[in-house]
Design a protein around this ligand. Structure first.
Ligand code: ZN
Length: 148
């Protein structure tokens, strides 16, 4: 994965890691599950763990990941700062403020759909092509890109 951002002082522009779509060979999913014990789908404590990276890294794979993470209805404890920053409705749990899982699911799905419109360069190849043609930072107009 590669995180594109701008190094111009006080600019702060950045975007999500470049996306890629790659359907992983089902043979390797089975091999990873059985031989390497690195499960793509496994039953954990009360929850189904799922590694969606068999579809690469993109909004669809992230939504699938969220469905598995937050699909089961339950209350999940979070840091107060995260709850207040995002204005979540919550209940007070024993230790933490808790948000209902489906609220997080909807929030994450919206975020991933929004990223389709906000992500300036979806994949490295599009950025590289634009960069070679003189692309500048969409915020400050300089050419101080960095990729981590
Ligand atoms: Zn910039």
């Amino acid at each position: 994965m590669a995180y594109l951002h701008c190094h111009t002082k006080n600019c702060g522009w950045s975007q999500d890691d470049f996306w890629y779509f790659k359907l992983k060979n089902p043979f390797y999913i089975i091999k990873d599950n059985i031989i390497r014990r690195k499960p793509y789908i496994s039953l954990g404590k009360n929850t189904l763990h799922f590694n969606p990276r068999f579809l690469g890294y993109n909004p669809l794979s992230l939504i699938i990941e969220d469905l598995f993470e937050y699909g089961r209805p339950r209350w999940i404890g979070f840091d107060s700062f995260f709850i207040e920053e995002n204005n979540f409705k919550y209940r007070q749990g024993k230790e933490f403020k808790e948000v209902f899982s489906w609220r997080l699911l909807i929030w994450n799905i919206k975020r991933n759909i929004n990223s389709l419109f906000k992500q300036k360069w979806w994949a490295y190849k599009y950025w590289k092509k634009d960069y070679d043609n003189g692309a500048v930072c969409p915020k400050c107009g300089e050419r101080n890109f960095d990729i981590d």
